[in-house]
Design a protein around this ligand. Sequence first.
Ligand code: ADP
Length: 191
Amino acid sequence: MRLIIMGPPGAGKGTQAKYIAEHFGIPAISTGDIFRANVTAGTPLGVQAQSFMDKGEYVPDEVTNLMVRNRIDEPDAEPGFLLDGYPRTLAQVEELDGMIRFTGHALDAVVVLTVDQDEIVQRLLQRAEVEGRADDTEDVIRRRQEVYVEQTEPLIGVYRDRNLLIEVDGMGEVEVVTQRIFDALDVVPQS
Ligand code: ADP
Protein backbone atom coordinates (compact mmCIF):
# COMPACT_ATOMS: atom_id res chain seq x y z
CA MET A 1 0.00 0.00 0.00
CA ARG A 2 1.13 3.52 -0.81
CA LEU A 3 -0.92 5.91 1.22
CA ILE A 4 -1.05 9.54 2.28
CA ILE A 5 -2.78 10.89 5.35
CA MET A 6 -3.74 14.57 5.24
CA GLY A 7 -5.58 17.02 7.42
CA PRO A 8 -5.04 20.35 9.14
CA PRO A 9 -2.52 20.72 11.97
CA GLY A 10 -3.85 18.90 15.02
CA ALA A 11 -6.27 16.68 13.09
CA GLY A 12 -4.62 13.62 14.60
CA LYS A 13 -2.65 12.51 11.55
CA GLY A 14 0.35 11.30 13.51
CA THR A 15 -1.73 9.27 15.94
CA GLN A 16 -3.76 7.62 13.20
CA ALA A 17 -0.73 7.15 10.95
CA LYS A 18 0.85 4.78 13.47
CA TYR A 19 -2.25 2.55 13.60
CA ILE A 20 -2.73 2.51 9.84
CA ALA A 21 0.91 1.71 9.21
CA GLU A 22 0.81 -1.15 11.70
CA HIS A 23 -2.41 -2.49 10.16
CA PHE A 24 -0.84 -2.67 6.70
CA GLY A 25 2.69 -3.56 7.80
CA ILE A 26 4.26 -0.50 6.22
CA PRO A 27 6.34 2.33 7.71
CA ALA A 28 4.66 5.59 8.70
CA ILE A 29 6.85 8.36 7.37
CA SER A 30 6.24 11.66 9.13
CA THR A 31 8.15 14.61 7.69
CA GLY A 32 7.43 16.60 10.87
CA ASP A 33 8.96 13.81 13.03
CA ILE A 34 12.00 13.53 10.78
CA PHE A 35 12.55 17.28 10.88
CA ARG A 36 12.14 17.35 14.68
CA ALA A 37 14.62 14.48 15.12
CA ASN A 38 17.13 16.39 12.98
CA VAL A 39 16.58 19.59 14.95
CA THR A 40 17.19 17.71 18.20
CA ALA A 41 20.31 16.04 16.83
CA GLY A 42 21.57 19.36 15.48
CA THR A 43 22.22 17.99 11.97
CA PRO A 44 22.68 20.40 9.03
CA LEU A 45 19.15 19.45 7.89
CA GLY A 46 17.81 20.30 11.34
CA VAL A 47 19.59 23.64 11.34
CA GLN A 48 18.10 24.40 7.91
CA ALA A 49 14.58 23.41 8.94
CA GLN A 50 14.35 24.91 12.40
CA SER A 51 13.84 28.57 11.56
CA PHE A 52 10.90 27.71 9.29
CA MET A 53 9.31 25.31 11.75
CA ASP A 54 9.57 27.78 14.63
CA LYS A 55 7.55 30.30 12.64
CA GLY A 56 4.96 27.79 11.41
CA GLU A 57 6.19 28.17 7.83
CA TYR A 58 6.88 25.28 5.49
CA VAL A 59 10.44 24.14 5.03
CA PRO A 60 11.48 24.84 1.38
CA ASP A 61 10.37 22.18 -1.09
CA GLU A 62 13.89 21.29 -2.28
CA VAL A 63 14.92 20.39 1.26
CA THR A 64 11.76 18.43 2.05
CA ASN A 65 11.63 16.62 -1.30
CA LEU A 66 15.18 15.36 -1.02
CA MET A 67 14.58 14.14 2.52
CA VAL A 68 11.45 12.19 1.50
CA ARG A 69 13.15 10.76 -1.57
CA ASN A 70 15.96 9.38 0.60
CA ARG A 71 13.51 7.96 3.12
CA ILE A 72 11.37 6.24 0.49
CA ASP A 73 14.49 4.65 -0.95
CA GLU A 74 15.13 2.76 2.27
CA PRO A 75 14.43 -0.99 2.09
CA ASP A 76 11.58 -0.96 4.64
CA ALA A 77 9.55 1.31 2.35
CA GLU A 78 9.79 -1.06 -0.58
CA PRO A 79 6.49 -2.86 0.12
CA GLY A 80 4.79 0.49 0.64
CA PHE A 81 4.50 3.41 3.02
CA LEU A 82 2.16 5.85 4.63
CA LEU A 83 3.14 9.49 4.30
CA ASP A 84 2.13 11.82 7.11
CA GLY A 85 2.78 15.49 6.42
CA TYR A 86 3.87 15.07 2.81
CA PRO A 87 3.01 16.24 0.21
CA ARG A 88 1.95 19.67 1.48
CA THR A 89 2.39 21.79 -1.65
CA LEU A 90 1.46 21.28 -5.30
CA ALA A 91 5.17 21.10 -6.14
CA GLN A 92 5.55 18.28 -3.61
CA VAL A 93 2.64 16.42 -5.23
CA GLU A 94 4.49 16.42 -8.55
CA GLU A 95 7.72 15.41 -6.93
CA LEU A 96 6.05 12.49 -5.15
CA ASP A 97 4.38 11.41 -8.40
CA GLY A 98 7.85 11.14 -9.92
CA MET A 99 9.24 9.20 -6.96
CA ILE A 100 6.41 6.65 -7.03
CA ARG A 101 6.43 6.34 -10.81
CA PHE A 102 10.13 5.56 -10.62
CA THR A 103 9.40 2.55 -8.40
CA GLY A 104 6.81 1.27 -10.91
CA HIS A 105 4.00 1.52 -8.39
CA ALA A 106 1.06 3.87 -7.87
CA LEU A 107 -0.52 5.76 -5.05
CA ASP A 108 -3.43 3.75 -3.62
CA ALA A 109 -5.37 6.27 -1.53
CA VAL A 110 -5.27 9.63 0.22
CA VAL A 111 -7.05 9.80 3.56
CA VAL A 112 -8.19 13.25 4.65
CA LEU A 113 -9.22 13.76 8.24
CA THR A 114 -11.95 16.38 8.55
CA VAL A 115 -12.12 18.25 11.84
CA ASP A 116 -13.60 21.26 13.59
CA GLN A 117 -11.12 24.18 13.64
CA ASP A 118 -11.99 25.49 17.12
CA GLU A 119 -11.70 22.05 18.66
CA ILE A 120 -8.30 21.73 17.05
CA VAL A 121 -6.77 24.85 18.57
CA GLN A 122 -7.76 23.43 21.96
CA ARG A 123 -6.21 20.04 21.15
CA LEU A 124 -2.98 21.65 20.03
CA LEU A 125 -2.70 23.89 23.07
CA GLN A 126 -3.24 20.83 25.23
CA ARG A 127 -0.55 18.95 23.31
CA ALA A 128 1.77 21.91 23.89
CA GLU A 129 1.48 21.32 27.61
CA VAL A 130 2.02 17.56 27.36
CA GLU A 131 4.71 17.31 24.68
CA GLY A 132 6.18 20.79 24.78
CA ARG A 133 6.51 21.07 21.02
CA ALA A 134 8.18 24.38 20.15
CA ASP A 135 5.67 25.20 17.41
CA ASP A 136 2.55 24.65 19.54
CA THR A 137 2.13 28.24 20.75
CA GLU A 138 -1.13 29.95 19.85
CA ASP A 139 0.40 32.38 17.30
CA VAL A 140 2.37 29.66 15.56
CA ILE A 141 -0.64 27.29 15.56
CA ARG A 142 -2.70 29.99 13.81
CA ARG A 143 0.05 30.56 11.27
CA ARG A 144 0.27 26.80 10.60
CA GLN A 145 -3.47 26.74 10.03
CA GLU A 146 -3.25 29.65 7.56
CA VAL A 147 -0.40 28.04 5.68
CA TYR A 148 -2.38 24.78 5.54
CA VAL A 149 -5.41 26.52 4.04
CA GLU A 150 -3.29 28.44 1.52
CA GLN A 151 -0.88 25.75 0.42
CA THR A 152 -2.16 22.30 1.37
CA GLU A 153 -5.95 22.38 1.16
CA PRO A 154 -5.79 22.73 -2.65
CA LEU A 155 -4.22 19.26 -2.76
CA ILE A 156 -7.53 17.77 -1.67
CA GLY A 157 -9.10 18.76 -5.01
CA VAL A 158 -6.16 17.32 -6.91
CA TYR A 159 -6.51 13.90 -5.29
CA ARG A 160 -10.29 14.01 -5.51
CA ASP A 161 -9.98 14.49 -9.28
CA ARG A 162 -7.76 11.41 -9.38
CA ASN A 163 -10.38 9.41 -7.48
CA LEU A 164 -7.93 8.70 -4.69
CA LEU A 165 -9.56 10.75 -1.96
CA ILE A 166 -11.11 9.17 1.11
CA GLU A 167 -12.64 11.69 3.51
CA VAL A 168 -12.94 10.49 7.08
CA ASP A 169 -14.57 12.30 9.99
CA GLY A 170 -11.67 12.94 12.35
CA MET A 171 -13.77 14.00 15.33
CA GLY A 172 -14.42 11.62 18.23
CA GLU A 173 -12.45 9.00 20.12
CA VAL A 174 -9.14 7.91 18.62
CA GLU A 175 -10.26 4.25 18.25
CA VAL A 176 -13.51 5.28 16.57
CA VAL A 177 -11.63 7.37 14.02
CA THR A 178 -9.14 4.53 13.46
CA GLN A 179 -12.00 2.11 12.75
CA ARG A 180 -13.55 4.55 10.27
CA ILE A 181 -10.22 4.72 8.44
CA PHE A 182 -9.81 0.93 8.38
CA ASP A 183 -13.36 0.47 7.09
CA ALA A 184 -12.64 2.88 4.26
CA LEU A 185 -9.18 1.52 3.41
CA ASP A 186 -9.91 -2.18 3.65
CA VAL A 187 -11.95 -2.00 0.45
CA VAL A 188 -9.26 -0.14 -1.52
CA PRO A 189 -7.63 -2.45 -4.09
CA GLN A 190 -3.86 -2.52 -3.56
CA SER A 191 -1.68 -1.71 -6.56
P1 ADP B 1 1.42 19.81 11.98
O1 ADP B 1 0.74 18.99 10.94
O2 ADP B 1 0.80 19.66 13.32
O3 ADP B 1 1.61 21.26 11.58
P2 ADP B 1 4.00 18.39 11.50
O4 ADP B 1 4.69 17.68 12.59
O5 ADP B 1 3.43 17.59 10.40
O6 ADP B 1 2.90 19.28 12.23
O7 ADP B 1 5.00 19.48 10.86
C1 ADP B 1 5.68 20.40 11.65
C2 ADP B 1 6.45 21.40 10.78
O8 ADP B 1 7.43 20.70 9.98
C3 ADP B 1 5.61 22.18 9.77
O9 ADP B 1 4.97 23.29 10.32
C4 ADP B 1 6.70 22.55 8.74
O10 ADP B 1 7.49 23.63 9.19
C5 ADP B 1 7.56 21.32 8.70
N1 ADP B 1 7.10 20.37 7.66
C6 ADP B 1 6.60 19.13 7.86
N2 ADP B 1 6.27 18.55 6.69
C7 ADP B 1 6.56 19.44 5.72
C8 ADP B 1 6.44 19.46 4.31
N3 ADP B 1 5.94 18.41 3.63
N4 ADP B 1 6.85 20.56 3.63
C9 ADP B 1 7.37 21.60 4.27
N5 ADP B 1 7.50 21.68 5.60
C10 ADP B 1 7.10 20.62 6.34
